[in-house]
Design a protein around this ligand. Structure first.
Ligand code: ADP
Length: 447
């Protein structure tokens, strides 16, 4: 096992990794920008190294800064968290070239899944159901028309290099294909410097269901069921739950087995998430994330496992500490993402926390790097806390979420907490009846 791990991240996820390290008896090294000198992850880690000025490009995204911090401290492995360098194949290569272990999948798997067309082709080859659409890039309008006619309208045109929901356009009928194709291409060119696009059938009321997988890197893999992440604003997840309110045990078994077998076949190592749109009982692959997800704690809650500990073990060459048959789904968990944002516009609200009190009690987990007097810097993501509740069933989890939210105090900045109080009053949320468009519609009508 490693003696020392460097955490190439900040905020709650850096703290999450520090906690796993401490329980495993591994020393942790925090890295931070000058703006994060007084951050909680810096205080809690065993050592800390300042790696540059506030802009991420010169600190949390800087290969040389992070690799030097490893050399200076003698860290043998790097945990990338999520975001930043977690899905950067070139970084993984650089880390390995320096004789350091990257806690995550191999560069090759990150690269394959980072390109949407290759990812979809690979998924199809591995037996994962995909959304009907073009085989690869669509170069001309004539080709786009022909394919759209074949799969049937509505269709969605998506950038090969896409991410964050950009470069996507829907055409509801043949009249709209020319504009949609042109706009998607020019947006893709502007955002990603690559105007290649592909076409898919547009699903009209799907849910976002993702399967957590875990590979041992040696041909073994398990799945840990699904998370329903349909409540999204601008393609950003807002609330996640496990299990999915509409997924039947047989469906979970079936799609879970397909996903676990697929990643086992490619000797995938570590945590991964296979994302699907789910409509009328069918799963359609959209992408795979080759890292730990923000919403991983809901899976940890219902399966009683520590996914970060498992990532570290696999990176150290140890076997998985559970087999598929050891994994039993227990109860229901819900996570809400608390952002420092001002409603109703969701504009960033950085600043000083004048008072902070975290909720507690049975079935409550608060993953946050906040403390009294902390100043949230304006340079990074606005996620300041994840509140995760676990109950014996969904109703108990909902009641617990309401109770925990009422205990939480975050003064000094605006947060998205009022949104969750309001959502908990909605019958559609209480009954689990929502699709990927529900929240946007609700926000338009209620905020
Ligand atoms: P990105 O990488 O930009 O987030 P994704 O392929 O993951 O792109 O898609 C993001 C979101 O766009 C999905 O969660 C879904 O809301 C919507 N979307 C993508 N493909 C389709 C489709 N074929 N039909 C309907 N909605 C889609």
């Amino acid at each position: 096992m490693f003696d020392k791990i460097l955490i190439a991240n900040r905020g709650e996820i850096a703290l999450r990794v520090v906690r796993a390290c401490r329980e495993m008896g591994i020393r942790s090294v925090a890295v931070h920008s000058t703006a994060d000198a007084d951050a909680m992850h810096v205080r809690m880690a065993d050592e800390a190294v300042c790696i540059g000025p506030p802009p991420s490009s010169q600190s949390y995204l800087s290969f040389p800064a992070i690799l030097s911090a490893c050399e200076i401290t003698g860290a043998q492995a790097i945990h990338p968290g999520y975001g930043f360098l977690s899905e950067n194949a070139a970084f993984v290569q650089a880390v390995e070239d320096h004789g350091i272990v990257f806690i995550g999948p191999r560069a090759e798997h990150i690269r394959i899944m980072g390109d949407k067309i290759t990812a979809k082709e690979t998924a199809r080859t591995l037996g994962i159901p995909v959304v009907p659409g073009s085989d690869g890039g669509v170069p001309t309008l004539a080709e786009a028309r022909r394919i759209a006619g074949e799969i049937g309208y509505p269709v969605i045109i998506k950038a090969t290099a896409g991410g964050g929901g950009r470069g996507m356009k829907v055409a509801h009928s043949p009249d709209e294909i020319e504009t949609a194709f042109g706009t998607a291409r020019s947006e893709a060119k502007a955002a990603f410097g690559n105007d290649e696009v592909y076409i898919e059938k547009y699903l009209q009321k799907p849910r976002h269901i993702e399967i957590q997988v875990f590979g041992d890197g040696k041909g073994g893999a398990v799945h840990l069921g699904e998370r329903d992440c349909s409540l999204q604003r601008r393609h950003q997840k807002v609330l996640e739950e496990a299990p999915g309110p509409v997924i039947r045990p047989e469906e979970r078994e079936r799609i879970g087995r397909i996903c676990a077998e697929a990643v086992a076949k490619i000797n995938y190592a570590g945590a991964g998430t296979i994302e699907f749109l789910y409509e009328d009982g069918a799963f359609y692959f959209i992408e795979m994330n080759t890292r730990l997800q923000v919403e991983h704690p809901v899976t940890e809650a219902v399966f009683g496992v520590d996914l970060v500990r498992e990532q570290i073990r696999v990176a150290a060459g140890l076997p998985l500490s559970f087999r598929q048959e050891d994994l039993r789904l227990n109860g229901h968990a819900i996570e809400v993402r608390i952002n420092a944002e001002k409603l109703p516009g969701f504009s960033p609200s950085p600043g000083r926390i004048t008072q902070y009190h975290a909720p507690g009690g049975l079935g409550v987990r608060m993953d946050s790097a906040l403390y009294d007097g902390y100043r949230i810097p304006p340079y990074y993501d606005s996620l300041i806390a994840k509140l995760i509740v676990h109950g014996r069933d969904r109703d108990e989890a909902l009641a617990r979420l309401g109770r925990a939210l009422s205990e939480l105090i975050v003064d000094g900045v605006d947060t998205t907490v009022p949104l969750f109080h309001a959502l908990l009053r909605e019958p559609a949320i209480r009954e689990g009846r929502y699709d990927i468009h529900w929240l946007e519609r609700w926000l338009r009508e209620n905020m």
